[in-house]
Design a protein around this ligand. Sequence first.
Ligand code: ADP
Length: 806
Amino acid sequence: MSSERAPLERTYPLLPLRGLLVFPGMVIHFDVGRDKSVRALEKAMVQDHYLVLASQQDGQVDDPRQEDLFGVGVLAEVKQMMKLPNGTLRVLVEGLERSKIQNYVRDDEYFEVQIQRFFISDSADMDPELRAVTRTVLQQFEQYAKLSKKIDQETYGTVVDIEDPGRLADAIAAQLPLKIKEKQEILESFNVSERLDRVLSSLADEREVLELEKEIHQRVRKQMEKTQKEYYLREQMKAIQRELGDKEGRQGEIDELRDKMANLQLPELVAMRVDKEINRLERIPISSAEGTVARTFIDWLLDLPWTAKSVSIIDLGRAQRVLDAHHYGLEKVKDRIIDYLAVQKLTQRSAGPIICLVGPPGVGKTSLVKSVAEALKRPFVRISLGGVRDEAEIRGHRRTYIGALPGRIIQGMKEAGVRNPVFLMDEIDKMANDFRGDPASALLEVLDPEQNFTFVDHYIDLPFDLSDVMFVTTANDLYQIPGPLRDRMEIIQLSGYTELEKLEIAEQHLLPKQKIAHALKGERLKLNEDVILEIIRGYSREAGVRQLDRLLATVARKTARQVAEGKKKRVQITVQNLPDYLGPAQFNYGAKEEYDEVGVVTGLAWTPAGGDTLTIEVAALSGKGKVVLTGQLGDVMKESAQTALSFVRSRSRELLLDNDFIDKTDIHVHVPEGAIPKDGPSAGITMATAIASCLTRRPVRHDVAMTGEITLRGRVLPIGGLKEKSLAAHRVGIRSLIVPEGNRKDVLEIPKSVRDELEIVFVRQMDDVLKRVLLPAVSDAPSSLEVYPGFTQGIHEDYPGQGARQ
Ligand code: ADP
């Protein structure tokens, strides 16, 4: 071994190393430049190439003294030396063995020392513990080498081939990136197992550091990849925008919004909000979906008429003219509207109590309100409240919901474009409420002039002033409007039209409008009065004129087609050719019962769509006194039927019925059309008449219709909706009505043209009703519902039916 070549008990030149430590067994080259070091090297070269290498404690010291050097170094042999062009020397040395510096012989020109040398014993028989440690060190080193990039396969191979544990420890220590101080500690470990321990702990430390490094590296790489990807996509987006001519990306949009905002007179609160939102939008990356949400919100704020108002002067004469021009009749309603406008003009307020127009469909509610808007020169907007069951539909959703939008009020205001439109809310009676909050209470706030100047929509989230809006509502059924709302409104009732009125409306308004809409000028379409009457009677059965309008549109459309196809120049519609245009007639005019029948009576009903006739049928079957009620009758109507039956039983004697007839008879009361729900007490006398007729087998006059509530003692109480009911009776051709005495005052409401054609009989007592309508019995009547053609008509005066059962 080379160590044996080094002579004992002599002095060696010493070369101080900085930032470097050479272990025994290590071959390394480094540059030597300091004068003192060069001289030590020269000395070694002239001797036998041996010198001592000792590390400096502090690498910064340029001219080290003895105490700056560690006390243990390594004896080394210089293998090669060459001079570099800049005057420094490059040497290749091999560390031989640990040497403890005993004393410095000189330290002037260079260091020269005496040392104590430590030979390496080739310990052939290692104790088991040492072997175990050695193996662990090897394992740890293997793992370390795998992680570290600095150790190549060859170095690894040479290191693990070393059999001597002390040498092995040195070789591994030499590979580790340790601080000089730590390396020095290993160098100073003369005891082999102590040295292995130190190396083992350093290895473990380093391995941990490497693992951490690796983990961090991976994390960083992932992050880098993500940022790079985003960067790449954003660049691509920019490129696309550039291609599309949108050079500045969002900046253009932002500038546009700021411009728009500057040109609007926004209230301060709103302006602040818009400004804040625009700033926020500016910071949202162009690719983010949040941008759209923010943009939509800003658009809403900018589009709402916060301050814009249309100049509106209330000119009563003009209002009257506009209303008259578009609407036939409706004098009372027009009067009420003009009154309302007059009050507004005097009080200088744009919003007073809310008008609610109540009446069946197609009677002109919407078109009246449109005319009011036209008269006042204000924009008209309309929303339908039918089926609204959620408060949010009125008041909007909070913006935290995906796809949130303002409620219908704010949507209507945007559509109006000014803050003082005429705002129609249709079908206020068709609102429902459920667990999602009560739309009616939200509406209360909207309609209340005390509150509505700071209406807050959940989406807009800023107070909006609704106090200049003229709200008008419509409903079909007054009683379906939630109570608190009804109290707050001024109700104006419209009822159905008479045939004559419909005729006038059709001739003056509907037909001219349809002709214009279908470009049928002059004489191209001719439709005489009798044809219109036929359309009214045979094709429409309604209180209003909506269906009529549609039918006239159909006629006009078909005519237009014939003209356009060049088949005809002029079309004259007659009662005969009408079916060619509208098909066969739908209704049999005067669809009253055609014969006097037993157990069948015509009643009258009020419905939200106007009045209607109602047939009541009763059958008596042998049984045990059961009462069956069918035809979807409501509770009130069912009770009314029971009362009617009890009344008839109380009149058994007068009606010549057996006292115990009820024990042997089942009574079935049916009201066709069975699928339509019916309710209310006003069919009481009708049911009593039908029951009496059925049990006595006395037919009922078919040309009489009746309405009235019945009490147990047979009194007839007044009912509602007389006007609609009489119009309905008139419509089907019935000319004789039986009406409670209590309704006498309402008769004046019935249009004169109808009233003049009706015979109206007022009654106080049920007995009077029976007296008037029950005809003499037919003894051979086989069934209660059988028809008796040709039975004599006329008022039968001999009630209680003398000799009815002969
Ligand atoms: P509602 O709102 O009551 O359901 P609309 O206002 O929609 O009814 O009326 C339906 C159609 O009938 C409209 O074309 C309307 O102009 C017309 N109309 C209704 N009543 C009259 C009337 N008195 N004079 C002229 N046209 C009428």
